[in-house]
Ligand binder design. Structure first.
Ligand code: NAD
Ligand code: MG
Length: 393
């Protein structure tokens, strides 16, 4: 079997590193790394590029270019700096692309990979939230395959039989509930970044960890699921499941449910996408159900977690609303991490931005081009910035 050629966008992040870990452990010759990208971590990127024999690597941050060049001196590895260099990496011929850039910054490079018909492993959910329609249209045109890596969506992908689509009643995304699933509103109001980032079950990058605390991550995942599985939001449910063992479920017409289970380790869904349609070994801890004994599930509390409703409403509103939701959330999370606003203000700022955006745009059409998405994203950021200024203590 010839090697699967691979490009990793966001190679230095939590998902990127886990992917490289799996590649390092795979059978020799199974994978051939073409390109690696990062934002500014030049040294880590150069080291990975040398270790995995990449042909090209790129940092999005221009200022990190010289350090990357220096770290690659004496090697045959080509490099670039700036957002275009990252998009160039994505456009290089490779069978499989891991989309693990965090946030809307992933839009252009991911689209470049989709447009050339690659098999794209989607960790980045933000690109689907703000440009889901566009991504799927481009994939249909180019023949690209979209593989869900987000653990819930990967689970559902495995349990969702497309041939039985008309018999599928709903899908269920599980949520750990984050660090505040049992907390009072008062505790949540007082919470600082340190409490919000302390995820109880998963170890992840900072942004997604903060997103998990108000359950905005789950809100984004509802929209991500609607696009990936072509379902209306009413057929996408959320269940809080603090143990994070059952990752996603599909309910069929006969009353049966299919679920995928595993220890909370991203290497399982990443491995599923990396080896797909085959399977591969991983060093992930095995699930011992007898030792676990019990698993718990409960409905999320909409009062303490308004982000879920905000995301559903943004999806229903359609047009540019999901892009505004996502952009406003990125701004609000950054303001929270910088100590400018309180924890509950994250959802409040997003809500204000959505209301303002709806007033300005009326009923808008889904963005028809990447430029329109980027414009909606910028608009969402401005609206959220204004909301943050009002809410800032
Ligand atoms: P991370 O912050 O750990 O890593 C992000 C990566 O993107 C890094 O390599 C960083 O250098 C790069 N990057 C950041 N800004 C960039 C920019 N402007 N341009 C180009 N590259 C940039 O994030 P993560 O936790 O690995 O998450 C990556 C994506 O996967 C997110 O969209 C997240 O929602 C999704 N995801 C992550 C997990 C997880 O367990 N970490 C689980 C499910 C989904
Ligand atoms: Mg997830």
């Amino acid at each position: 079997m010839s090697a699967r050629t691979i490009t990793l966008l966001g190679a230095t992040g939590s998902v990127g590193r886990a992917t490289l870990d799996l590649i390092a452990r795979a059978e020799a010759g199974a994978y051939d790394v073409v390109a690696l990208t990062a934002n500014s971590q030049a040294l880590e990127l150069a080291e990975a590029a040398r270790r995995f024999g990449a042909r090209f690597c790129a940092v999005a941050d221009e200022a990190a270019g010289p350090a990357l060049g220096e770290a690659l001196a004496g090697s045959a590895i080509k490099w670039g700096a700036g957002p275009q260099a990252v998009a160039d990496a994505a456009a290089m011929e490779a069978d499989w692309v891991m989309a693990a850039i965090v946030g809307a910054a992933g839009l252009q490079p991911i689209l470049a990979a989709v447009r050339r018909g690659a098999c794209v492993a989607f960790a980045n959910k933000e690109a689907l939230v703000c440009a889901g329609v566009l991504m799927l249209e481009e994939a249909a045109r180019s023949g690209a395959t979209l593989l869900p890596v987000d653990s819930e969506h990967n689970a559902i992908f495995q349990a969702f039989d497309p041939a039985q689509r008309r018999h599928i009643r709903r899908i269920i995304l599980t949520a750990s509930g984050g660090p505040f699933h049992n907390a009072s509103l008062d505790t949540m109001r007082q919470a600082g970044p340190e409490q919000a980032v302390a995820h109880p079950t998963w170890s992840m990058g900072a942004k997604i960890s903060v997103d998990s605390a108000p359950m905005m991550n789950k809100g984004l995942e509802i929209i991500e699921a609607c696009h990936l599985f072509a379902l209306p939001q009413e057929q996408v449910d959320v269940l809080v499941h603090p143990e994070s063992i059952v990752h996603g479920l599909v309910e069929y017409a006969d009353g049966g449910m299919l679920a995928q289970l595993g220890c909370p380790d991203m290497r399982t869904p990443i491995a599923h996408a990396l080896a797909w349609p085959d399977r591969m070994d991983t060093p992930v801890e095995r699930l011992d159900l007898a030792k676990l004994g019990a698993l718990s599930f409960f409905a999320p509390d909409p009062g303490r977690f308004p982000a879920l409703g905000l995301a559903r409403n943004a999806f229903i509103a359609g047009g540019t609303a999901p892009a505004v939701l996502n952009a406003a959330n990125e701004v609000a999370v950054a303001a929270f991490l910088a100590g400018q606003i309180g924890f509950l203000d994250i959802a409040a700022a997003v809500s204000e931005a959505l209301d303002e955006g709806a007033r300005a745009a009326g009923a808008s059409a889904a963005p028809a081009s990447i430029d329109a998405v980027i414009e909606a994203d910028a608009h969402g950021r401005r609206l959220a910035q204004a909301a943050v200024s009002r809410l800032a203590r």
